[in-house]
Design a protein around this ligand. Structure first.
Ligand code: GTP
Ligand code: MG
Length: 330
């Protein structure tokens, strides 16, 4: 019964990260894992050609040895992938995923690159900040900011909060900070790494700022560290950022339903307080309002059940809302 007749609006996702951060490799790994699915949740490309392309590139990554296994740095400024997220093969939410050339974060970016990215960002409902574990192997230095390009990323985050989209408690902005190549820094305490990440993106962790942030380590293999070109590929945690994206959309939808429910309940209460004659005259209207309220409640139950499933998965990541750590709940 979960997910019956429920489909959320399609959203755009931008993955920001400097060149070589591992964005494309991540996309390929995430797609391969989610194609098989995690606890009934699956991802599929909207069109067969895209599916074939992503699958072939993944095959190359897992079967080849040597440098050639890796994707080539993106040449086109922007590549879009249309994906559907489903539960039990019932589509729950569509994504348009932007994989872009990390050079847009560098000094060599063209004005057009930046303008396109800003525009896409403003239309995005979820932002993935991709930082590579190779720069988190020891304590932060001013050099780290330069390597990760976190200041540049913070500028783009600012653009994401365009004038018409001020974050508020009802509509928090979801941001997933994805630490790629975690195999390169997993010798450090996780808490230490998280503290460093929070320093790099301080604004996202300030009280009452309305950000819903996930910090999630991912890797294409725990043992890749020493010899990434030849070691076996065994993806870790790659599904979590997408689960977070869907979770945050459900959360926002759930909050909207809650305020609908409260308003509808109030309207019915007020109608019932009217004098008996008026109540008879407006009987049809009252009936309609009651049906609407029941529909809202049924939708809320469906949302809650889905959130429950997704939040179980998210226990493995670290979640923050308004600067404080929270557990993914319903
Ligand atoms: N150790 C390790 N290395 C990785 C992992 N994923 C990717 N790499 C390495 O990182 C390199 C760059 O990865 P890409 O996915 O091409 O990076 P990108 O962010 O898409 O780069 P641009 O397309 O230039 O923006 C790869 O060629 C691999 O050598 C990982 O999980 N672990
Ligand atoms: Mg790339």
């Amino acid at each position: 019964m979960v997910l019956n007749n429920m489909q959320l609006d399609e959203i755009k996702i931008t993955m920001l990260g400097t060149t070589g951060a591992g964005k494309t490799s991540y996309l390929l790994g995430m797609y391969a894992v989610m194609q098989t699915g995690i606890r009934g949740f699956t991802l599929a490309a909207k069109d067969m050609d895209t599916d074939l392309e992503l699958t072939q590139r993944w095959e190359k990554l897992i079967s080849l040895k040597g440098e050639d296994r890796w994707p080539t740095p993106n040449a086109a400024a922007m590549e879009y992938y249309g994906l559907d997220f489903s539960y039990g093969f019932r589509p729950l939410m569509g994504f348009q995923w932007l994989d872009y050339r990390g050079l847009a974060l560098s000094d060599r970016s063209t004005e057009q690159d930046v303008a396109d990215l800003v525009l896409y960002l403003q239309e995005s409902a979820c932002l993935f900040l991709c930082i590579s574990g190779e720069y988190l192997t020891s304590e932060l230095t001013p050099n780290t900011v330069r390597q990760i390009k976190s200041d540049r990323m913070n500028q783009f985050v600012q653009q994401y909060v365009s004038n018409n989209k001020q974050p508020n408690p009802q509509q928090p902005f979801p941001v997933a900070i994805v630490i790629t190549k975690y195999d390169l820094c997993h010798h450090r305490e996780r808490e230490e790494i998280i503290a460093d990440v929070k320093k790099l993106f301080q604004a996202l962790f300030t009280p009452n700022s309305g950000w819903l942030v996930m910090i999630c380590p991912v890797s294409l293999g725990r043992d890749l560290g020493n010899d990434p070109d030849n070691a076996n590929i065994v993806p870790v945690n790659v599904h979590l950022p997408v689960v977070f994206a869907v979770y945050s959309q459900l959360r926002a939808y759930g909050l909207r339903l809650k305020s609908d429910r409260d308003r509808q309940t109030l309207e019915i209460d007020l109608a019932r307080q009217k004098n008996p004659l008026l109540q008879i005259i407006r009987a049809n209207q009252l009936k309609e309002q009651t049906v609407q309220l029941e529909t809202t409640k049924a939708k809320m139950i469906a949302v809650e059940e889905n959130m429950k499933l997704l939040s179980q998965e998210l226990q493995q990541a670290s979640l923050y809302f308004n600067g404080s750590e929270v557990t993914a709940d319903v």
